[in-house]
Design a binder for this molecule. Sequence first.
Ligand code: GCB
Length: 643
Amino acid sequence: MAFFNPRLYAAFTPIPYSFSPQMPKSTRTIPLFLALLFVLLTGQPLVAQTSQTALLQHAAERRVLNLNGRWNYIIDPYENGFYDYRREAFDQSKSGKGGYYDNAKPSSPKEPELIEYDFDRAKALEVPGDWNSQDPTLLYYEGTIWYKKSFALTPKPGKRYFLYFGAINYESHIYLNGKKLGMHQGGFTPIQYDITDQLSKTGDNFVVVKADNTRHLEAVPTINTDWWNYGGITRDVFIAETPATFIQDYQVQLAKNDPNTLAGYVQLSGEGKANQAVTLTIGEAKISQRVTTDAQGRATFRVPARRLTYWSPQQPKLYDVRLSSNGDAVQDRIGFRTIQTRGQDILLNGKSTFLRGVAIHDENPLIPGRTRGEADLRMLLTWAKELGCNYVRLAHYPHNELMLRLADEMGLLVWAEVPVYWTIAWQNPATYQNAEQQLSDLVALGKNRASIVVWSVGNETPLSEPRLQFMTRLVTKARALDDTRLVAAALELHREGNTVIVDDPLGEYLDLTSFNEYAGWYWSTPSEIPQYTFNIKYNKPVVISEFGGSALGGYHATADTRWSEEYQASLYQNQFKMLGTISGLRGLTPWILVDFRATRRQHPVYQNGWNRKGLISSDGQKKKAFFVVKDYYRQKAQQYDRK
Ligand code: GCB
């Protein structure tokens, strides 16, 4: 039912939404049934203003105007630009005016009106980019910052325009030319509004964003994580232009476990979407298929595809895929491969594979801050390739779409994840909706990427019945959204004596047995590690989602001196001995490729706000353990890739 789509609530402004405990207090007052009553009585949808539209597939290809660059900003810890002095939200008032999003200007140079802000004379931040790394006073800042960008764009008749943000952490309120477009929660997935009717006829426009990275108990993630709570507009911003009737979405992949059939769909949007012919062309594979959309603008297809070169890390073959309909066309580069499990094997294109991975955060240590674009992302994946990887875990939240495309191009399999991390509010329905929305958006973003083989529904979530319900619902959702990939989660383990036990009931529902295991760091010493053996309940491929320990780059001492590179290296050596006893071991992702910022990590000598578990230090130097892992991967590559 459309009513329960949180996107629609998020975009709805005339009646305050009430279902989310994370909403500003003043907007919590009118209960949900009033909103529903409004819909029933007026027949109007909740999206009475601009709606957050279903994401455009490959939106960047449609880019007509790039809005990256310098955005003026105002730091607003008291939210004075959002609430009046009685703490009523300006955008909920009768006039809807008064907030910073008005971008007000005095009517004469003498400034007769009292206006206590001026975006155009305020400082600027780079977009994309977190604010923490751009101004030392913002390093720990959690709260609201307002961003403003003016731009020139005259809408052309017969075209539609979509304002697209790659990601804003965490809650954003977005306004165009003083009018609210909507509100969005979730720091790592795209936000898109149809602004066709909102653009000014003169061509002068301004967009204002209230970005708020305040942590909330019921949010996804919750208040407690082991990564930096970077704030701001952290990914690309642009306006995409399409024809009035356009290709909004598509999926072109191999059918589930079937290397000889391409299957998927195309979804048109706009008035002329019904009964339209759409052609799928993959010239190099001699495929050309014409389908016709139904009344909802959707057409599905199944096409025989023989003699394809399958995508794999050894040969990351991508095909030029073109979809065209009357007046619209999109191009994409797509790889085709199958992924499945059989007993304890992971079969990539039918062949048993070992996942030589590493975990990666969306952070460039050299800034240090969130990655800002292709060069940063390429640097991280190049390091992973140097380590000998054929696989990466993009922890703990959706990464940039560009990262997924680079993984396709560079030949790296991907574990993609949602930030259902540690102690989520399992019993809160809005929290579940939020998590599910982030999962749906992640799948929407990655469903055409051959590199993605695993959807992960969460990390280290503590056992309980409500948690099991929440997590299994997410697993079911992931499979419903995409039945061609594996579904996993990073589980926890427990120990009895020298036995490591993996029996989390969630494991029953997953395709892989994945768990985080910190022998040699949080328990035992590196030299004791080989004494441990595993008791794993499930007969599935074992892919260790985390293991590792910290070392301060450049600090050398004996192998039993914590924080030294030697300690970390010996930890890895002994881990490989221990993990070698697991018969179903089919992959691993050491934690982690590079040191990353984390407020939990306060040791003044060894950490200074950094999690030092990187195989590469915060200044980009490879630690000793990097070469231990690299050696191990060389052996694994020989064992599996030569078969
Ligand atoms: C974990 C978490 C990861 C942490 C890591 C650590 O289990 O999943 O987010 O950063 O341990 O370093 O403790």
